[in-house]
Design a protein around this ligand. Sequence first.
Ligand code: ZN
Length: 125
Amino acid sequence: MTVECEKGRRYVNGSIQWIGFAGMGLVVAAYLPQIVHLARARCSAGVSLWAYLVWSVSAAFLLVYAITAGDPVFIALQAYQLVALTCIFLLSRRHKGHPCGVHCGTPATPTPEIVFPSGQPTRNP
Ligand SMILES: [Zn+2]
C-alpha cells in the first residue's frame, strides 16, 4: 500500500490512509477520559508525572520526524499526542497529591447528612 516516488521515498497510498486516521480517532478517544477526569475532579491519582513528561518530549521529537517524513496521519497523530500528553502532565502537576473521592475509596457523591435534634450531624447509611 505504499507508493515509490522518484527520490526513493515511500509514501502511503491515499486509499489506505483512512485506517491511519481511524487509528488516530481511537487515540483521541483514549486520552479524553483521563483529561476530563483531571480537569473535572482535579484528581491526579495513578498518573506518573515522569512518564507523561517523557511521553510529551517523545511526542515532540516524533512530531518533528513525522513532519520531515511528510506523513499526514503521523503528523496529525503526533500533534494531538503532544497536546494531550502535555495537558495531562500540566494538569497532573497542578493537582498533584489530590485524589478524588473515588480514588480515595470514599463515595463519589457523599450521602446527605442528617441532623438530629441534638444538633449532631451524622451520615445516612
Ligand atoms: Zn480520581
